[in-house]
Design a protein around this ligand. Structure first.
Ligand code: AMP
Length: 471
């Protein structure tokens, strides 16, 4: 499909899309929307940044518009489960933006805020409910919400929900849903537990996928700076002082995020931190300032940053390298959004060498490096492609298609060599966690590259305002 008009979506939806300046569907949208409109279940392999929210929100909105019905009291027609408060708020914003010309009601159910307003919201029922699993179950347990009238269930970022320990909650929730329903599951990777869950929960699902890992790595200009751990704070200040634009700085721990933000502010680079220990109000205030461009530097942990969609982020800085290589790809995907250019700089100390090696294996390139350790030269040499003899997880699937871990396709033809750099030393060291096993059956086979479209930054639609329905 080359235009949103080709899907046969209700006119109020295509009008809202035109106002959002969406002209061309992204690949996941082209593939998923007709299938969801036809009423089928779906397994979508796609991460944030591919347009997956609209891929499920648009056909759901069409269904609600085509079959208008009052939602029953303490109930909802569509339930979207997502792992984090931020992502839930953004999904709700998308439903409200694309559904702004429809008379629909919606609500947000997330932890970290008092339950009273959410209970009141649900009293008269809602068409669309976006929720994190823990708070949703609390509301079910306190009889504020019944799940027996849900027509459509969406599980977004299912792999992240697994990482965050929500799998049991999800099973409990799904057991309370009607058997007759449409189920849409989206995940960036397909670990075994998620594939099993999908096999139990979905009926003859269609599989759609896009290929973010390689393409993200190619779009973003990447560099590594080898540095002693103790020199990281000064280096960060130096890097940020010299850069224009907005930067997202990643740390491994919540404590680390606070410390880095404090140090930066002391050094005259205003910065704020967001992570799971901050109150919802604090997180929304900081994210709001960042989105509005008033705050130039945001320090975040992986989980807090998940789903942050700010088009203006020009720099991602990995103050700490992640021990899970996929997290690196998620992190650098926070920049270069919607076709913009982006730079990702990673600080790598001696302990983190093993993490760097795993990242380079995953993205199949060596990242241009500079050495800032005392006594080392700052020279740069042409980078070489890292071509492991057998890319991890590459398998034949049942249909004979080539697969890569997480179900992403290989796109060797598109890979551009980095422009400069030198091969990082490959000392051993550091800890690492085992990556998820891959489900070999659930992978993409026939989906092309993601084309990112330029679009106007979305206006804030009040993420976190649990009470605001659109009716
Ligand atoms: P998502 O992957 O759903 O988080 O979407 C990533 C970003 O792409 C969001 O800012 C969306 O507003 C934007 N987007 C989604 N679909 C389109 C499209 N067809 N054209 C332009 N921008 C889009």
């Amino acid at each position: 499909m080359t235009s949103f008009n080709d899907f046969g979506l209700a006119e109020p939806i295509t009008r809202a899309l035109a106002e959002e300046q969406y002209s061309t569907p992204t690949p996941i949208q082209s593939d998923a929307i007709p299938v969801v409109l036809a009423g089928r279940d779906i397994v979508g392999i796609a991460q944030t940044g591919t347009g997956k929210t609209a891929a499920f929100a648009l056909p759901i909105l069409h269904r609600l518009a085509a079959q208008p019905r009052e939602a029953a009291r303490k109930s909802c027609r569509v339930l979207v489960l997502s792992p984090t408060r931020e992502l839930s708020g953004q999904i709700l914003d998308s439903f409200r933006a694309y559904g702004r010309h429809l008379q629909l009601t919606s609500a947000l159910v997330i932890g970290g805020v008092p339950m009273g307003r959410q209970v009141r919201d649900l009293m008269n029922g809602r068409d669309v409910l976006v929720a994190t699993p823990g708070r949703l179950l609390d509301l079910v347990k306190s009889n504020a919400l019944r799940l027996n009238a849900i027509e459509v269930l969406v599980l977004d970022e299912a792999d992240r929900m697994l990482d965050m320990g929500f799998i049991h909650d999800i099973r409990t929730i799904v057991a309370k849903l009607p058997k007759e329903r449409q189920t849409l599951l989206f995940s960036a990777t397909m670990p075994r537990e998620i594939a099993e869950l999908a096999a139990q929960m979905l009926r003859d699902p269609a599989r759609v996928a896009v290929t973010p890992v390689a393409s993200t790595a190619e779009r973003v200009e990447q560099r590594v700076i080898h540095v002693e751990r103790a020199a990281k704070p000064a280096l960060l200040t130096e890097v940020l002082r010299n850069e224009q634009g907005q930067a997202l700085v990643f740390t491994r721990t919540k404590h680390g995020a606070d410390k880095v933000a404090r140090n930066l502010s002391k050094a005259g680079v205003p910065a704020e931190a967001i992570h799971g220990n901050k109150s919802q109000n604090q997180r929304e205030r900081v994210l709001g300032a960042f989105r509005a461009g008033k705050l130039k530097t945001l320090v975040a942990t992986d989980i807090a940053a998940r789903g942050i969609d700010v088009t203006g982020i020009s720099h991602v800085i990995n103050y700490d390298l992640p021990n899970i290589p996929e997290s690196y790809v998620h992190r650098i995907g926070r920049t270069a959004r919607a076709g913009a250019a982006g730079i990702a700089t990673s600080f790598c100390d001696h302990e983190e060498r093993a993490f760097l090696r795993d990242i380079e294996k995953l993205i199949q390139m060596s990242i241009p490096a500079t050495d800032r350790r005392s006594g080392q030269q700052q020279d740069r040499q042409p980078a070489k492609h890292h071509r492991p003899q057998q890319p991890r997880g590459q398998q034949q699937d049942r249909g004979g298609h080539r697969q890569k871990r997480g179900g992403q396709q290989q796109n060797r033809g598109h890979r551009q060599p980095p422009r400069f750099g030198k091969q990082p030393n490959r000392h051993e060291g550091g800890r690492r966690e085992a990556p998820h096993p891959v489900d070999q059956a659930a992978a993409a086979s026939d989906i092309g590259q993601i084309a990112f479209m330029r679009h106007a930054p979305r206006k804030a639609h009040g993420a976190g305002d649990a009470n605001r329905g659109t009716r």
